[in-house]
Design a protein around this ligand. Structure first.
Ligand code: GDP
Ligand code: CA
Length: 318
């Protein structure tokens, strides 16, 4: 069975770990979000690709959900001693090595997809991880505050420095409209037996991947089941501030509203948490098969159970 998964960072990675356990024989291709990518200290940092790679490769900081286990911050401290920031972005010493290797390869002319493959040769994530595009796409967020005025900031600045504490007026995937899907992306979708949307951020993770011209159409036209899992439980994101970016695109923070945002043209099946069972009828009325099951990824087994439910729902709508 060939499965394509569109993934952001933590939500995508934890679900993928469950999917691997639930479908050990499946050939899994992950199309990773690169809209969060940022250049810091002359280095190219790809937070979502690295979260997937470290999580599936056994190098993730478990509690935190991002960055490396057993991390130290000597380089960051030394940079700070020179007054060189940004101080708000946590880059550890081990993590720095990944970004140095990546940047060195990119400077030598390799596309990001080839670099990602090379990094994965070390981590052996057990999936094929492809960035959505080799072209630069950067999510910017328009804010308007008395202190800072109206301006666009990099997504990481909005998320990490500002903790999404001010309203987002608009979300702009800068560069997406001219980006091309990375080599292998459209082919993987075309050859897939099913496509899964993990409980990743619908706007700045999956939404950004779908904004790369060709990807949404390829999924809609693949003629295979497309099943998603809600990142929203009981009217709020499980982790993070997804409600802020949903509001910016005019979508309510409910499991049903997120399903409707993807739409029945794209989604065939949708899983909501048992606490949102009341939403099932609304989602089904919108033409999307829906079931309520436990959706909290408390451990790998819980994530695997979610993956099994998604696979079952896919067979039901096939
Ligand atoms: P990011 O790039 O690190 O923000 O990660 P993703 O975009 O892949 O996932 C973020 C989303 O995962 C957030 O909107 C959370 O609500 C969701 N999420 C995190 N943990 C869980 C969980 O255990 N269950 C569900 N259903 N969603 C989760
Ligand atoms: Ca992300």
């Amino acid at each position: 069975m060939r499965i394509v998964v569109l993934a952001g960072g933590i939500g995508g990675a934890r679900f993928l770990r469950g999917l691997k356990a639930a479908a050990p024989d499946a050939e899994i291709t992950v199309i990773g979000n690169t809209g969060d990518d940022i250049h810091l200290f002359g280095l190219k940092v790809c937070p979502d690709l690295d979260t997937v790679m470290y999580t599936l490769g056994g190098g993730i900081h478990e509690e935190q959900g991002w960055g490396r286990a057993d991390e130290s911050f000597t380089v960051k401290e030394e940079l700070a001693a020179y007054g060189v920031g940004p101080e708000w972005f946590g880059l550890g010493d081990r993590d720095f090595a990944t970004h140095i290797v990546r940047t060195q390869m990119i400077d030598a002319g390799y596309p990001l997809s080839a670099v990602t493959e090379a990094l994965c040769a070390r981590w052996r994530p057990g999936v094929r991880l492809i960035p959505m595009s080799d072209d630069r796409v950067e999510t910017h967020v328009v804010i308007d505050t008395p202190e800072e005025g109206r301006k666009a900031v990099h997504f990481q600045e909005y998320w990490v420095r500002l903790h999404a504490s001010v309203p987002a007026q608009a979300i702009l995937p800068v560069g997406a409209e001219t980006a091309k899907p990375a080599p292998g992306v459209l082919q993987a979708i075309g050859e897939a037996d099913l496509v899964l949307f993990p409980p990743s951020n619908p706007v700045v993770s999956i939404g950004t991947i779908l904004a790369v011209p060709g990807i949404r159409a390829a999924i809609a036209e693949a003629g295979v089941p497309v099943v998603g899992l809600s990142p929203i439980i009981g009217g709020a994101p499980v982790r993070g501030m997804a409600d802020k970016v949903l509001a910016a695109v005019g979508v309510e923070s409910t499991a049903a509203a997120v399903a409707a945002h993807y739409g029945s043209g794209l989604l065939d099946g949708w899983l909501v948490d048992t606490s949102d069972a009341a939403a099932v009828a609304e989602v089904e009325a919108a033409g999307i098969r829906c079931r309520a099951v436990p959706l909290l990824m408390t451990d790998v087994e819980a994530a695997a159970a979610m993956a099994r439910e998604a696979l079952e729902l896919a067979e039901e709508v096939r």
